[in-house]
Design a protein around this ligand. Structure first.
Ligand code: NAP
Length: 318
């Protein structure tokens, strides 16, 4: 009988560090798809560990070291600002040849921290699934979160023997979870995500703050008439404050570059409105509309009216 490789586990033992939205989804997805045979999971927060045990996310361990000692793949699913500390706790106890990866939304600084924590015995392969919701915590996770989503891996340069094979193996792991994998360098990742994810979140946080500050418009009116576009901003602005604080603290360079360009373009729009330059406004809005069509054609959203939409898991992607 021929062996069916499609059903074989890709790793024997997976350790997930951080049992929040992404970590719990990863633990669920890895088990449900048979991508691994065994999952250990740990979180610094004892309440989160208790919740992870109640949800049966895997073998819940009291310490990070205990969770990752025997693992073939360790994935850090902690906020970006905690990745360095988590890597320093895991790397020294990991077995030779094991892979240390992460799911952090910023890659440049995080890859550096992981590399500094690790020695040549283990393979560091940073990653970022472009999948998420505005919810946090273990109960928010679900096994199909990564299905039909991109996952970006940012392999390091000039690594030792066996590294490329481990990158290919990690790619197969994410593919088993339903993702499409793209390889990219860390700098490019941080620039691309600064415009597709980080800046939109900053704008959402800012527009909600502006609405809150507008004393002439009452809170009641803001809530009542929110269907006019504002509502979608409030959903994005409901994202986890710790996660987003960390993203802006650690992707400064790319975000400031993108924000500078955005501010210049905003000033052009401001001027067009002031001078009643309808043609300039119409041209820009027409170009924006064609980008929206490309997003739909690329399968990144569906072409349905937005009003009255019920927010589904997976609607918001980081
Ligand atoms: P989350 O729901 O807040 O979960 C993170 C968990 O990690 C929390 O329970 C946290 O505990 C715990 N933790 C913090 N430091 C730790 C450490 N050193 N060791 C072990 N556990 C630790 O966050 P999340 O949304 O899953 O995000 C996790 C990572 O995924 C972040 O790096 C984020 O950038 C990335 N990501 C998020 C999304 C998204 O949409 N949410 C999408 C893609 C990637 P405390 O609460 O006690 O700190």
């Amino acid at each position: 009988m021929t062996e069916n490789k499609e059903n074989q586990p890709i790793y024997s033992r997976l350790a997930v560090i951080g049992a929040g939205l992404i970590g719990s989804s990863l633990a669920r997805a890895a088990r449900e798809t048979g991508a691994v045979s065994y999952v250990s999971i740990c979180d610094l927060d004892p309440d989160v560990r208790a919740e992870a045990a109640r949800l049966d996310l895997g073998d819940v361990r009291e310490t990070v070291e205990a969770a990752c000692r025997d693992a073939d793949l360790v994935v850090l699913a902690v906020p970006v600002g905690a990745i360095g500390a988590a890597a320093r706790a895991c790397a020294p106890v990991m077995k030779s040849g094991a892979v240390l990866s992460d799911v952090g939304s910023v890659k440049g600084e995080m890859a550096q921290e992981m590399m500094q924590a690790a020695d040549t015995r283990i393979h560091v392969i940073p990653g970022h699934p472009i999948a998420g919701t505005e919810k946090s915590g273990p109960a928010a996770g679900f096994a199909t979160l990564f299905k039909g989503r991109w996952c970006i891996l940012t392999p390091l340069e000039e690594q030792g023997e066996g590294y490329d094979a481990e990158v290919a193996r990690l790619k197969s792991f994410w593919e088993r979870l339903g993702s499409t994998v793209e390889l990219m360098d860390t700098k490019r990742h941080d620039l691309v995500l600064s415009i597709t994810s980080h800046l939109p979140h900053l704008i959402a946080y800012n527009i909600v703050a502006t609405a809150e500050d507008m004393e002439q418009v009452t809170q009641g009116e803001v809530v009542k008439f929110s269907a006019g576009g504002f509502r979608d901003f409030t959903r994005i602005a409901a994202s986890d404050p710790t996660m987003w604080r960390d993203i802006f603290m650690h992707n400064k360079e790319a975000v400031l570059e993108t924000l500078g360009r955005f501010s210049e373009d905003l000033a052009v729009l401001q001027r067009a409105i002031r001078w009643s330059d309808g043609d300039a406004l119409h041209d820009l809005f027409t170009r924006a509309r064609s980008i929206r069509r490309s997003v739909i054609e690329a399968g990144q959203d569906v072409d349905v009216p937005d009003f009255g939409r019920v927010t589904k898991p997976g609607d918001d992607q980081d």
